[in-house]
Design a protein around this ligand. Structure first.
Ligand code: GAL
Length: 680
């Protein structure tokens, strides 16, 4: 992947990009002047403009009103503030909806109406044409404006449309994919429930059915939905790229969003960017944030990414929107930078007076300069200026955890032994345990190159392609340490059970045969007897949710069920294969035991955290050839001490430390410890 364009942005910013979504069309000229004054005070150097400006830029079909945009871009630039200019395709204006074919149709056949956003049909030719036309007009008008530092295409693509045009496009996509109706019938398993198609005209996208769905059709529809939106993105990207080859292009991702395979999309952007809204009231939401940051960094193999939206305080779209404290806002911002972000941007600059998001926080709240939030925003901007040399630095990870959209779609598909299953929750259980070990981890797919890692965690890889199964086996044979958890290797890419069941593709790697599987009654826990061979593990634990019936082959048991139908049979196994080791977890372990198994995995593989610290202190190291930046982030409301292992200067306070000194982090405190790197 070409990193050059993303580095262009970093160079232009001269440090961390700081700013937010700016909606000048909601404000008068006097407020613009005040905005720019405040932006300069807070050290804002980049603002995103135009995301929802289509009707202000093109109030009638083909009639453009760029005057106000010229004016504000000039005003910003004359104050040294660069622009992330958006194409406004996420909120088409009412005039476009006069042609109802441009509007999205829900699964139940209901066509949505205007008055919100994201209401477009991604296949509508008219929508495609008009959104390209305004993107071209923007490109033409601003291509040589020095303020434009980044292009922002659309907003959080998420169209899931069931209209006739999408139906025809889906059929075409399937024809290309399968080549023949026989192949489609075969892969969709249409002998089940008499679904055999004898003409392409009978093949449709999955609108509402009478009862249960065909899981492979659903899986293909998810794949198609990601692709059809990618086409929209690519059309605009290509025209922007042709107009301004030197300006990087992005679109804002939502990491856990179910409809898009961001790994595939990441190849098409110049820099990955993310919108991130951890709930300050939800315990552990910053660990989920860490996962998403690691995922964003990994999508382009370690390239720094952009935090394009976060809240300065409360959001307004949840049932209860608890305000984020200034300390938490600061901690969360540094956490993103620690994990590879080269920007800290907010939604939004100034809180709106009207509209659906008028109670959403902003860098400039309704209460203006008298608020804690504004003071925190201004202080953070000034403080980030001490990290001018951080952008571009990288994180080195020897561990990885798998997150795979195709697998997510399949494993959450219809009728499995356990249908309360959330892939996100299961991956997060594993990530939390990994996070607590303190080691750096990338978030990858099994199709990625595995050779850089020594530890690999594979939570519930239900859909396992043969080449991925082979890659996993080679990883272990070559000395890798892997943890695979239950309900993995169950189906192929068509969601057909891989026989002989279960997990035949993993059998050699885990050294065991999964003979059968069963869900456990909700609320039931079965005691586990943990093998004493693993001296550091707790000797007890409990299994919930799921049980595999495992027959050992070359593996040995690390834990067995203590009661019930499978009493005495293995629940957790260990296999030595070649130079490596595979741990297989055939159930849901309680948090303590999973953490113990994870620590054992990491330690046995010889992977170490960058610095040993209390569990609630997150330590992440970004590096260049010459420098190390060790971010220490105290998640606790109490002070925490960390003993430093080398000489360093805390960039945020200017305090110098020697090796062996104790760094005291206040509640939710942050330090960014700079050291010159001596080792290679
Ligand atoms: C984002 C979206 C923004 C704003 C924000 C509110 O998902 O891109 O436009 O709505 O949520 O938190």
């Amino acid at each position: 992947m070409n990193d050059e364009l993303s580095a262009t942005l970093t160079r232009r910013m001269g440090g961390i990009a700081y700013g937010g979504d700016y909606n000048p069309e909601q404000w008068d000229r006097a407020t613009w002047v005040d905005d720019v004054r405040l932006m300069c005070e807070a050290g804002v150097n980049l603002v995103t403009i135009g995301v929802f400006s289509w009707s202000s830029l093109e109030p009638h079909d083909g009639h453009f009103t760029f005057g106000w945009l010229d004016e504000i871009i000039d005003l910003l630039w004359s104050n040294g503030i660069a622009v992330d200019l958006a194409t406004p395709n996420a909120a088409p204006p009412p005039w476009l909806a006069e042609n109802p074919d441009t509007l999205l149709v829900e699964r139940d056949g209901r066509r949505v109406s205007i008055g919100s956003r994201g209401h477009f049909c991604p296949s509508s030719e008219l929508y495609r044409d008009r959104s390209r036309r305004i993107a071209s007009a923007l490109a033409e008008r601003y291509q040589s404006h020095p303020a434009i530092a980044l292009w922002h295409i659309g907003n959080e693509y998420h169209a899931h449309c069931f209209c006739d045009t999408c139906d025809a496009r889906f059929r075409g996509w399937l024809q290309q994919k399968y080549g023949s109706l026989e192949e489609l019938n075969d892969c969709w398993g249409t002998t089940f429930w008499s679904q055999g198609y004898d003409s392409w005209d009978q093949v449709h996208l999955p609108t509402k059915v009478r009862g249960h769905v065909n899981p492979t059709r659903e899986l293909d529809f998810s794949r198609f939905t990601s692709e059809v939106q990618r086409e929209l993105f690519l059309a605009e990207r290509d025209l922007l790229r042709a107009a301004t080859p030197g300006i990087p292009i992005t679109t804002n991702f939502m990491a856990f969003f179910p409809l898009i395979d961001y790994r595939r999309w990441a190849e098409d952007v110049d820099v990955v960017s993310l919108d991130m809204y951890p709930d300050p009231a939800a315990p552990g939401s910053l660990i989920e944030a860490a996962f998403q940051y690691d995922l964003m960094r990994s999508l382009r193999h370690g390239q720094p990414w952009l935090l394009l939206e976060q809240a300065s305080s409360a959001v307004s779209q949840w049932r209860v929107n608890v305000a984020k404290s200034p300390e938490r806002m600061r901690l969360g911002s540094y956490q993103a930078v620690a994990r590879g972000a080269d920007s800290v941007m907010f939604f939004q600059w100034r809180a709106s007076r009207y509209g659906h998001e008028k109670f959403h926080s902003a860098m400039v709240p309704h209460g203006g300069e008298s608020t804690d939030t504004w003071r925190a925003v201004r202080a953070l901007g000034q403080e980030l200026d001490t990290l001018r040399d951080v952008p571009g630095s990288r994180i080195r990870a020897e561990a990885a955890i798998v997150w795979d959209w195709d697998n997510k779609w399949a494993v959450e598909g219809a009728a499995h032994p356990l249908n309360s299953f959330s892939y996100r929750d299961v991956v997060m259980e594993h990530y939390r345990a990994l996070w607590r070990t303190g080691v750096h981890a990338e978030v990858i797919s099994l199709a990625d190159d595995l050779t850089a890692y020594r530890v690999l965690v594979v939570p519930n890889q239900y859909l396992l392609r043969q080449d991925s199964a082979d890659a996993l086996r080679r990883f272990v044979e070559n000395g890798g340490h892997v943890l695979v958890s239950y309900f993995s290797g169950i189906v192929d890419e068509h969601d057909h059970v891989a026989l002989p069941g279960y997990a035949p593709g993993l059998r050699e790697t885990i050294g065991a045969h999964v003979r059968d599987v069963t869900a456990m009654p909700e609320g039931e826990a079965i005691p586990l007897v943990v093998s004493m061979e693993m001296a550091d593990l707790p000797v007890s634990g409990a299994a919930t949710r799921w049980q595999d019936d495992i027959a050992l082959e070359t593996a040995t048991a690390l834990a067995s069920y203590g009661s019930g139908r499978f009493a005495g049979r293995p629940a957790v196994t260990e296999n030595r294969l070649g130079a490596g080791r595979a741990i297989y977890v055939g159930t849901t372990l309680d948090e303590g035991l999973l953490e113990a198994v994870m620590s054992d995995l990491v330690e046995t593989a010889g992977v170490r955290p960058p610095l040993s610290a209390p569990t609630d202190v997150e330590v992440v190291e970004r590096r260049t050839e010459a420098a190390s930046y060790l971010f220490a982030l105290n998640h606790s409301d109490q002070s925490r001490n960390v003993v430093l292992e080398r000489e360093a200067i805390d960039r945020l306070t200017g305090v110098a430390y020697s090796s062996g000194d104790t760094l005291e982090l206040g509640p939710q405190g942050v330090a960014v410890l700079f050291s010159a790197r001596i080792e290679a």
